[in-house]
Design a protein around this ligand. Structure first.
Ligand code: AMP
Ligand code: ZN
Length: 488
């Protein structure tokens, strides 16, 4: 559990979030006053988790920090998918873990352990808070079988050679969640699949091991030996740890049409609830197309790819905050390096404000004045309360940093409070290298703004900022690790 703050910051009294199911931005109201349960679909641990996957970690991390700052007791559950995720959404093809094990000659358990560790390490390096519960699908087979048995008793299932399937025609609301047209198979992503399925959108709850085959991961069930479907995992684990209904479910936008549509169908049937989840939040993708990668050479963009280039992993956190979570964000090393430059400068200002505030406090001279600090706090938290508008919140941070009206103690009071959401660890941060900290905050902010504009290929804005600075006699130097400036 985190949270439980009594002092709700100004601006955060009412939080509005964009709910995928109702397609509305609505005031967030938890099921039980003062408490929030969040479930995030976790990694399928058959391969490295990319920087793209990590965007789907940073988003719920920001969410839970904001909810905690608003005074809620947050329980954050995310799972490890170590069985059941098929290569294809159409229920044919092999299990991703089995396939990876067959290809590498390692055991599925070894592969799962390796990539679970990579994921957990990378989350930490990105400043993500630890999950309160981290269940593994393979440890929850009994719960999954029980849920399938319930669905079977209710008449929602049928058994074919390949496994136990959910018949989507038994759940009339099936197409509502994602606004699917079931006659348009392309829109459901299920063009091909298991031939004996009654309806193309029907999905596997339990896959049976074919006669004569021995899998690394298989269990006995009322229907025979096999393994659970991927969708049932999340429903069973979310129910186990958060109850039959809960507040927030998150995931990448790719999950809406198949995985989350199926989670809703089986959960609302088996648990006899509607809506199963109060608010569904989906983050857009990180577009990795900007940097050419050769998968065949095993080059996958991960946190270590940044470290190898001398980029602090937290620069990626700053970069994440520069775009709204419902916008696609284009990845380039330059853009993340530029975010790193902005972050180092922010840390420099935070450390000098922190040290000056501590010195002032020691001499009894300089206490923060809420009358000066709260207008900034209000705008910072109000930006986040508005469907987590992180870019706007960052803009307020830079305004506070360069404001003349704030004393160092005021500035540090603001930054320490804001860091509960930002997650940069400012309270313990060391001063960055001297050449970074002795800079001009206004110019730094413009340089960071230009980097964002360039990352978004908004060259009109980036050129305008360069020209404005040139008019002041400021010269920009673009390097592979970011942009620096000097007075010409
Ligand atoms: P997987 O390990 O493939 O099950 O994916 C784990 C999570 O990462 C899911 O929530 C996906 O939606 C998400 N994801 C995959 N690729 C990206 C990407 N490029 N940008 C953001 N999220 C992604
Ligand atoms: Zn899921």
């Amino acid at each position: 559990m985190i949270g439980g703050m009594v002092d709700v910051p100004p601006g955060l009294e009412e939080i509005r979030l964009h709910d995928t199911r109702t397609r509305e931005t609505r005031r967030f109201v938890p099921l039980v006053e003062g408490r929030v349960g969040i479930y995030t679909c976790g990694p399928t641990v058959y391969a490295p988790q990319t920087l793209g996957n990590m965007r789907s970690q940073l988003f719920p991390d920001l969410l839970r920090r904001v909810l905690a700052a608003a005074g809620y007791d947050v329980t954050y559950v995310t799972n490890i998918t170590d069985v059941g995720h098929l290569v294809s959404d159409a229920d044919d093809g092999d299990d991703k873990m089995e396939k990876a094990a067959a290809a590498s000659g390692e055991t599925a358990a070894d592969i799962a352990a390796r990539y679970t560790e990579q994921w957990a390490d990378d989350r930490r390096r990105l400043g993500c808070l630890e999950p309160d519960v981290l269940p593994r699908a393979a440890d929850h087979i009994a719960e999954q079988i029980a849920m399938v048995e319930t669905l079977e008793a209710q008449g929602h299932t049928y058994v074919i050679d390949d496994g136990v399937y959910f018949d989507v025609t038994t759940f009339p609301r099936y197409s509502e969640f994602a606004d699917l047209r079931l006659d348009d198979l392309e829109s459901t992503g299920r063009i091909e699949g298991i031939a004996e399925k009654r309806n193309p959108a029907d999905f596997a709850l339990w896959k049976l091991t074919p006669p004569g085959v021995k899998r690394q991961q298989e269990w006995d069930s009322p229907w025979g030996r096999g393994f659970p479907g991927w969708h049932i995992e999340c429903s069973a684990m979310a129910t186990r740890y958060l109850g039959t209904t809960f507040d927030v479910h998150t995931g990448g936008v790719d999950h809406i049409r198949v995985h989350h549509t199926n989670e809703v169908a089986q959960s609302e049937c088996a648990l006899d609830v509607h809506p199963w989840v109060g608010t569904w939040l989906h983050n857009e993708f990180l577009d990795l197309g900007g940097e050419k990668m050769s998968k065949s050479k095993g080059h996958v963009l991960v946190v270590d790819s940044l470290v190898e280039r001398g980029i602090d992993p937290l620069a990626y956190r700053y970069f994440f905050l520069q775009a709204h979570y419902r916008q696609k964000q284009a990845f380039t090393f330059d853009a993340v390096a530029a975010a790193g430059t902005a972050l180092r400068r922010l840390v420099g200002h935070a450390v000098s404000a922190r040290d000056a505030a501590a010195a002032g406090a020691a001499s009894g001279a300089d206490a923060p004045d809420p009358a000066r600090v709260d207008p900034y706090r209000r705008r910072f938290w109000a930006a986040l309360a508005d469907d987590l508008n992180a870019p706007q919140a960052l803009a307020v941070v830079w305004e506070a940093v360069r404001s003349d009206e704030l004393s160092p103690a005021d500035r540090w009071a603001f930054l320490a409070d804001a860091d509960r959401a930002l997650g940069f660890g400012l309270a313990d941060a060391a001063a960055p290298d001297a050449d970074e900290s002795g800079s001009d905050p206004r110019i730094d902010a413009l340089v960071a703004e230009r980097a964002t504009a360039r990352a978004e290929r908004d060259f009109a804005t980036s050129d305008r900022i360069r020209d404005e600075l040139a008019a002041e006699g400021i010269e920009l130097i673009d390097t592979p690790t970011g942009t620096t400036w000097r007075r010409a």
